[in-house]
Write a new protein. Sequence first.
Length: 165
Amino acid sequence: MALLFIMNTAARKMECLKAKWSDIDMANRLWYVPPQNNKSKRPKHVALNDGAIKVLVQMQAVRKGDYVFPNPATGLPYTTLARVFWRLRAKAQLPESFRVHDFRASFSERYLASPGSSIYTLQKLLGHQDIRTTATRYARLSAKSLLDAAQVGSVSMPKLEPQPA
């Protein structure tokens, strides 16, 4: 379930594993990631899409303790998802070079392929402090959205009748 949550939020693995129920606001569909759980050491809010909410609803049904994705034996957060990830990666026939972190890129590609997508919005969704971080990695993916945006401003030339010479 943690991997599905990562796929729907573009969260980093450790952000997800350390998520607590007290940081989840289901009513407003937001997840607060405290600074100590964030790579940048700054707090951030993650918007929870329908897929993420479905994962959380399922996890609430089996809720035990403070953590969203606890180890059932200890109640504490997992320290890794490696074994389950390797098993699922093999079952999905993904290459061995595919990593959990690649779900962030997958999320970004899906987002940038959608109409009205923006590299600036993606920056906020990924929690990047500097737009250059987002642009360096993902700007090449937004070429289709740029073309789609340019197409909106397209003006057709009327068909010209040939003029006698």
